[in-house]
Design a protein around this ligand. Structure first.
Ligand code: GBH
Length: 447
């Protein structure tokens, strides 16, 4: 039901795919159920002071038990693709070793349910929930974890490969580096710049090893790619210092991940800077970059916010912010990052796997959840994506973050990012006004 004020008359290419995204720890709950092993996020949430109000993903939105109703909602809204992640420790409770059949069966049921409803799955292998047992062996600081990830990836490809056309290896390695190991606001909560960039290398290596390990198990036509959160970086003013600092900032935010994957090389400026505080370079072995640069079939882009960099390398805000203190609302950034990827890395197929906005949603007296801010946000970001397509960007699908309100990491349940409202007391799902609006966009293939 796009109304005149929310409709721009921009038609998307025929066959453009619309969907929504989630991740295992944020929605599944059932933390100790059916043999799931603990992950670093279970440990982190159980540590006092780490997550707002001491909240955890133990129950989350109970998707592990309510998946069938949730798939019905995806279907009713008219989406043709659903991106979710597999919990590594649900399938391999210790990250290695014997398979937990009941865990694997959950994903088989989910994939069969999607198939029955004609919804195409896009599966992320890792969305930050490192098995606790592997973490205790050194986790991402230990090169061995990259090989264990590739083993897990091969297993999943062999077991589920027939029913998944698109695979994403790691979700946002940068966030694990920055939030998990630099600022410590995410699991495992380390504040260790030296370790952080060793972790970056091992995650990138894990990506490349997984691409290689999965191929032989997948049917022809299956596609694999990384999911990177990219940040367009702009100088805060026109001083020379700000311009220079912006280039380096862009290196840390974007090129450190894009260059090794798409050019099989690390950016020299970032490596020189990293060498001041991290032994990362000494962890790079012969052939690692060849492995990391293994050909991929698509790039999954996640865009939330731009970054403005000053001459002293700090950042400032120039646009309205959202309920997430780090997010500035800037649709043009979507256009800028998509066209930049094309310009610098070639015309690889792109999918948007996350883009979204938290709003302070509440159930109204009329039983509706009115979220005009989210509608305006998506309208403007869809329009920016549309313009990028018109300018030749090979964008084939758009997954909004998120399908449902869910466990927003260190913010607990305070931030609602869903198209579908969840009453956490009853677990009742109520599609927000934005969900109905999105449904209209999908059926018209037009924003
Ligand atoms: C995505 O990450 C995630 O993939 C998804 O799971 C999440 O729910 C969604 O965004 C909404 O946040 O974290 O305090 O250091 C976005 C990751 C979040 C990384 C903000 C940088 C900077 C502020 N970004 N973070 S903080």
């Amino acid at each position: 039901e796009p109304s005149d004020e929310t409709s721009l008359g921009l038609r998307f290419p025929k066959g453009f795919v619309w969907g929504a995204a989630t991740s295992a720890y944020q929605i599944e709950g059932a933390a100790g159920i059916d043999g799931r092993g603990p992950s670093v996020w279970d440990t982190f949430c159980a540590t006092p002071g780490k997550v707002r109000n001491g909240q955890t993903g133990d129950v989350a939105v109970d998707h592990y038990h309510r998946w069938s109703d949730d798939l019905d909602l995806i279907k009713q809204l008219g989406m043709s693709s659903y991106r979710f992640s597999v919990s590594w420790s649900r399938v391999l409770p210790d990250g290695v070793g014997p398979v937990n059949q009941r865990g694997l069966d959950f994903y088989r049921r989910l994939l069969a349910g999607l198939h029955e409803r004609g919804i195409s799955p896009m599966v992320t292998l890792y969305h930050w929930d490192t098995p606790q047992a592997l973490h205790e062996e050194g986790g991402w600081e230990n090169r061995d974890t990259a090989y264990r990830f590739a083993d897990y990836a091969a297993l999943i490809a062999a077991e589920l490969g027939d029913s998944v056309p698109v695979w994403l290896t790691l979700n946002e390695p940068k966030t694990v580096v920055q939030n998990g190991y630099l600022t410590g606001v995410h699991a495992p909560g380390h504040k260790d710049p030296a370790a952080a960039y060793v972790v970056a290398h091992h995650q990138l290596l894990a990506h490349g090893l997984a691409v290689q390990a999965m191929r032989p198990h997948l049917p022809a036509g299956s596609r694999i790619g990384p999911a990177l959160n990219l940040h367009p970086c702009y100088p805060a003013d026109n001083s020379e210092g700000a311009q220079e600092q912006t280039i380096l900032y862009d290196g840390y935010e974007n090129r450190l991940y894009l260059d090794p994957i798409f050019r099989a090389s690390y950016p020299a400026d970032v490596m020189a800077d990293v060498a001041r505080f991290s032994p990362m370079a000494s962890y790079i072995q012969t052939d690692d970059l060849k492995i990391i640069g293994s050909p991929v079939d698509l790039l999954a882009v996640q865009y939330y916010t731009p970054i403005y960099v000053t001459a002293d390398g700090s950042t400032i805000f120039k646009h309205p912010t959202s309920q997430a203190f780090w997010q500035q609302i800037y649709p043009q950034g979507m256009y800028d990052i998509l066209t930049r990827v094309k310009r610098d890395y070639g015309n690889i197929p792109l999918t948007i796997t996350e883009n979204g906005l938290p709003t302070p949603d509440a159930l109204g007296g009329d039983g509706m959840v009115d979220d005009p801010g989210r509608i305006a946000f998506f309208r403007d970001h869809f329009a920016a994506a549309h313009r990028a397509i018109s300018d030749g960007v090979n964008l084939e699908s758009y997954h909004v973050w998120s399908l449902l309100d869910n466990f927003e990491w260190q913010e607990g349940y305070d931030e609602r990012w869903g198209l579908i409202y969840v009453d956490y007391a009853s677990q009742r799902r109520i599609p927000k006004r934005s969900a109905r609006w999105y449904s209209g966009v999908i059926s018209a293939n037009c924003v």
